[in-house]
Write a protein that binds this ligand. Structure first.
Ligand SMILES: *[C@@H]1O[C@H](CO)[C@@H](O)[C@H](O)[C@H]1NC(C)=O
Ligand SMILES: *[C@@H]1O[C@H](CO)[C@@H](O)[C@H](O)[C@H]1NC(C)=O
Ligand SMILES: *[C@@H]1O[C@H](CO)[C@@H](O)[C@H](O)[C@H]1NC(C)=O
Length: 439
């Protein structure tokens, strides 16, 4: 894992200059103040009352200095009630639980709020011995059916204890409502790691809206995309040269990260469903790539043998949307088809609207902030209770990922947010939670 981040950190410094020289991306200048929901100088995963705290000497289960949260999701209920989810995958030993929620009692505490395990500590306490529980949650996604989808790596410290799995929890009852185990042929044990999860619910089927979901997962070290059709209970794997790192960009011995993100065109009334696309980029690449979603969704095309002609046609359907001349890391799309991406090491967030040219006229730097936009490992567009999109990011001190020095009082992780409209219209950031706090 460290290698992945080492390569980013090195590349970032390197490519920022290149991008400016290229003129591909405007130099980011306008500082944007995000709303800070929570921040940590020290992240502690405590156990709820009634559970015995692991002894600090039990480094296999408890090593607080090793915690690296990577993903975030903000769930809005009615009246602005909210919960904030974090994943802290077990990339090393010592992580007591890998899926956490900010404790209700601390939901308005900005500095060092307490976390509690989700849905309960029992789900996390087997450390790879019970594959029906959670071994290492790495990514989450909240869909339109009040479900929290979770991808579980099945690994601890790069050892594959259990098969990776996809889980869905009902956010009203916090009960497991769906589980799918990824077949052995679709991942490489100890290698495959999952850096993006997107879920698409089809609301057009009356009565079956919530059983009709498609799930997309990026595997950046195995260089593939896993697609899961919930209704059919079937998944398949898609591979393509664009899912591999750009060899020219990859410094020796570091960085071999391919497909890092997955975003899908929103369902829009004014657009043909057949025009929806799936967007992705490899971490070690300047290119944004897309493929028609209806092809990705067609299991037949990826599971049955194809003649050479069909293979060629399929290959041609992968289109380079454009080159940004710089690397970006996490990516998310809003319900209007704006694709946001955090530029590596340049403290900037860019936005691009699908259907426009992917060039310097249409790639906009919508935020710049060296204190808040640091190393963005998780980026989400979450719908608030007013049905507006809010952008949330988990931003970390990059030194943590390369084993660098971090001072005791430094902010290590922060969760920052901004209304999507505020970003696009260059207004001060506001989110519903913030309004409540000030009220
Ligand atoms: C914070 O949690 C409490 C329950 O402890 C809840 O009543 C309140 O609405 C929450 N506030 C927000 C802004 O979510
Ligand atoms: C394994 O974990 C699941 C989920 O937490 C739980 O329901 C089940 O009872 C556990 N099985 C054993 C044998 O502990
Ligand atoms: C999937 O692709 C196959 C092969 O091209 C085609 O015959 C079939 O109609 C497609 N299925 C759907 C649901 O589009």
């Amino acid at each position: 894992m460290l290698l992945l981040f080492l390569s980013c950190a090195q590349l970032l410094l390197h490519w920022v200059g290149a991008a400016n020289a290229d003129g591909n991306v405007e130099p980011p200048l306008r500082r944007k103040e995000f709303v800070t929901l929570h921040k940590w100088t020290e992240l502690k995963l405590t156990l709820p009352d009634g559970y015995q705290q692991p002894a600090p000497l039990d480094a296999l289960r408890y090593a607080q200095d090793k915690l690296l949260p990577v993903d975030v999701d903000v769930e809005y209920g009615d009246d602005g009630y909210h919960r904030t989810f974090l994943t802290i995958p077990r990339l090393s030993h010592g992580v007591p639980y890998s899926l956490a929620v900010v404790a209700d009692s601390d939901n308005s505490t900005i500095l060092n709020p307490n976390l509690v395990p989700y849905p309960s500590y029992d789900w996390h306490s087997s450390f790879g011995q019970n594959c029906s529980s959670l071994t290492s949650a790495i990514r989450t996604f909240i869909d339109d059916c009040w479900r929290l989808w979770v991808v579980d790596l099945g690994q601890i410290n790069a050892i594959q204890y259990c098969a990776p799995q996809i889980l869905a929890f009902d956010l009203v009852t916090d009960q497991l409502i769906h589980r799918y185990i990824i077949p052995a042929s679709q991942y490489t044990p100890g290698v495959s790691i999952f850096t993006a999860l997107a879920v698409d619910v089809d609301p057009s089927v009356p009565g079956a809206e919530c059983s009709n979901a498609m799930i997309y997962i990026a595997d950046p070290w195995g260089y593939g995309l896993i697609v899961y059709n919930m209704q059919q209970g079937q998944s398949w794997r898609i591979q393509n040269a664009h899912m591999q790192p750009d060899e020219l960009l990859t410094p020796e011995k570091t960085g071999n990260s391919g497909i890092f993100t997955v975003s899908i065109s929103p369902r829009r009334h004014d657009a043909e469903a057949a025009n929806r696309r799936l967007y992705f980029h490899a971490l070690n690449s300047f290119l944004e790539v897309s493929v028609p979603l209806f092809l990705v969704n067609n299991a037949t095309l990826w599971t049955l043998p194809k003649d050479v002609e069909t293979q060629k046609e399929l290959l041609n359907e992968f289109r380079v949307v454009g080159s940004r001349g710089i690397q970006c890391e996490s990516e998310a799309m809003d319900s209007d088809g704006n694709l946001y991406c955090s530029l590596i090491s340049s403290s900037a967030l860019i936005a691009w609207r699908e259907d426009s040219e992917y060039d310097s006229d249409h790639l906009k730097v919508v935020a710049y902030n060296p204190d808040k936009l640091r190393f963005v490992t998780g980026l989400k567009v979450n719908r608030n209770n007013l049905d507006e999109d809010e952008l949330w990011a988990l931003s970390s001190n990059p030194e943590l990922f390369v084993g660098g020095n971090v001072l005791l009082d430094d902010i290590k992780f922060q969760i920052i947010g901004c209304g999507v409209k505020n970003l696009l219209e260059n207004e001060p950031c506001a989110v519903v939670i913030n309004h409540l706090r000030k009220a």
